[in-house]
Design a protein around this ligand. Structure first.
Ligand code: GN1
Ligand code: MG
Length: 361
């Protein structure tokens, strides 16, 4: 079915003027649907069911958390159509449409007029606002009452990731293991350190909360004045630690290079952006964090950047099937660029800790 036919299965308002691909998502395929006149425009997405094995469960999470946030936004006198993502249901009443012919799941949400996404943190103000945005998101969901579906098993659970990693190395499907010995060592050298950290989650010292889990800069929607509207891409919204959201955001906001930079000399962690993001986040969440979360906040950036090194390298060895690639070694290049960022963070860890302590004081 064409995107036009798919979109017609949804209960949208107005007349379609055009449907065009949007952005360069690595996982889902995204289209922007423009309508004529005053009716809203829409975002139409083909959800990647290799990544999300249970799209109905994922959409159930999204419908429920957005309903929870909207109720709060309304009570606070805000605009629920601008300060939260809005799911558009299919005409049969489901929050997705299943195209049985091609076996694909599709979903629609409202495009918030005048909103923009940003790929690079160009100012400290932006970092501060991004931190505030995720802080607010976590705060609104702090009293979310029921368990969410675990839409990707063990998503930020490094013990589980190491199990997958060991399987990948054992399988060595494409004989690539011998070509990435140095990179494999990066992951092996940190095994104990990372498992020790995760132990704090397993013993309950770091609490589970409702979190976003994919907090990179481009998943925050800004208005034309550069103020945060809301967090988008709620596909991975589920139970995790608050720190995972902070760490993943820091991985993206503080990088002076690109996630897949071939020129490693451009990649490093900018400590001023680190400070600005953490300050923004803590302006919302400071009073909600326990002592363990406070103590490990700076480390969260290292944890998630490391996890990304592991995930990228694992996907490369497995044949690059998870993230879309533009050239055969793309995911290896991503691995190397993220490792450079990790090294930069490790070198600056004492300063990162000092900043967090200072901001918490
Ligand atoms: C994916 O969905 P997207 O493109 O925002 C991935 C994240 C990675 C990111 C790296 C569901 O994010 O975990 O950090 O790529 N999302 C999923 O760019 O795996
Ligand atoms: Mg995503």
């Amino acid at each position: 079915m064409t995107p036009e036919n798919i979109f017609n299965q949804f209960a949208y308002e107005g007349e379609v003027a055009s449907i065009k691909p949007l952005g360069e998502g690595f996982i889902n395929d995204t289209f922007i649907v423009r309508t004529t006149g005053d009716t809203p425009d829409y975002i139409l997405q083909r959800k990647n069911h290799n990544v999300f094995p249970d799209v109905p469960a994922m959409m159930d999470n999204i419908v429920k958390v957005t309903a929870h946030m909207k109720a709060k936004i309304i009570r606070a006198g805000g605009d629920p159509l601008r300060e939260s993502l809005t799911v558009v249901f299919a005409k049969d009443g489901l929050p997705y449409y299943f195209d049985a012919e091609e076996g694909n799941y599709w979903a629609v949400c409202i495009f918030i007029a005048g909103s923009v996404t940003i790929d690079n943190a160009t100012s400290l103000d932006l970092c501060f606002k991004g931190g505030q945005g995720i802080g607010r998101f976590q705060k609104m969901l702090a009293d979310y009452p029921e368990p969410l579906h675990e839409t990707i098993k063990g998503f930020h659970n490094i013990r589980f990731r190491y199990e997958q990693w060991d399987d990948t190395l054992r399988r060595d499907k494409f004989g690539l293991v011998k070509t990435v010995q140095e990179e494999i060592k990066w992951v092996e050298d940190r095994r104990q350190q990372m498992l020790d950290f995760w132990h704090l989650v397993e013993d309950g010292s770091l609490p589970m909360r409702v979190t976003h889990n994919d907090t990179k800069l481009s998943n925050i929607l800004f208005d034309k004045n550069g103020d945060v509207l809301c967090a988008i891409d709620l596909d991975t919204c589920m139970s995790s630690t608050a720190l995972n959201d902070v760490g993943d955001a820091l991985r993206s906001y503080t990088n002076t290079g690109a996630e897949d930079d071939r020129d490693l000399s451009r990649v490093s962690m900018d400590i001023d952006r680190f400070r600005a993001y953490v300050a923004g986040y803590l302006s919302e969440m400071k009073d909600s964090l326990n002592d363990c979360e406070r103590e490990w906040l700076a480390f969260s950036a290292i944890y998630i950047t490391f996890e990304q090194v592991l995930r990228f390298l694992m996907d490369y060895i497995d044949g690059s099937t998870y993230w879309k690639i533009q050239y055969p070694t793309h995911t290896l290049v991503r691995t190397q660029a993220q490792y450079r960022l990790l090294q930069s963070m490790e070198a600056q860890y004492p300063q990162m800790q000092a900043i967090v302590r200072e901001l918490l004081a």
